[in-house]
Ligand binder design. Sequence first.
Ligand code: DGL
Length: 261
Amino acid sequence: MERRPIGIFDSGVGGLTVLKAIRDRYPDEDFVYFGDTARVPYGTKSERTIIKYSLENARLLRKFNVKLIVVACNTSSSYALDILKRELDVPVIGVVRPGAVAAVKATRTGNIGVIGTEATVKSGAYRREILSINPFIKVFQKPCPLFVPLIEEGWLEDRVTYMVAERYLSELKGKNIDTLVLGCTHYPLLKNVIGKVCNNITLVDSAEETAIETGKFLGGEVKGNGEVRILVSDMSRRFKKIAEMIMGESFPVEEVSVDVC
Ligand code: DGL
């Protein structure tokens, strides 16, 4: 039987947190991951640009004969998911719905905080998804635009990162939230910092729930050690190191041009 990989993309390293969760569950599957490091961040870009980049990334993955595409970027999922589903001839999964499902499962008080990029927060995608599951939940959102560059720089435990986190999160803590959605696939890398700043608040990310969702599209027929190919649009200084830290093992990273489409 022909082996077809699962395609996953993000603007940079963040989506690897989703790749890791899916691979942990389905180690026999092959994966092609694309991090658009030449154009990161997406979270500060306009809707039109986010959609354009997302389509280009998905078409790039399609060239690798992927059987399924996981949009491991909340910003792309917030704006481009429906278009990608329409345009592509393979199933497409986003991360916002799974994150919302995980948050609703976790909250006891019904007060949920959501942090994400400026674009994700502006789209209101999390609020919509959470309220579609339970309309009585109160959702408090806060964009944290400095987190992504700090993460791409590798400042995961830096004093500056703590200060930025304190400043962004103090407002949300005042809202009595018991659950905080890390609504950007980069943010799980700051779990230590965010967890210390928000003690007693449950941190939720989409990775686990997205892996469960992915399983619904897999037939379980693939056997043997799965291969992982990691592609980037720009070989950034820190990518390999952070990728290794997230994946817990090292994979070769190849540079590709997105305009192969
Ligand atoms: N990791 C991405 C997300 O989940 C995007 C971060 C960015 O490029 O701004 O939104």
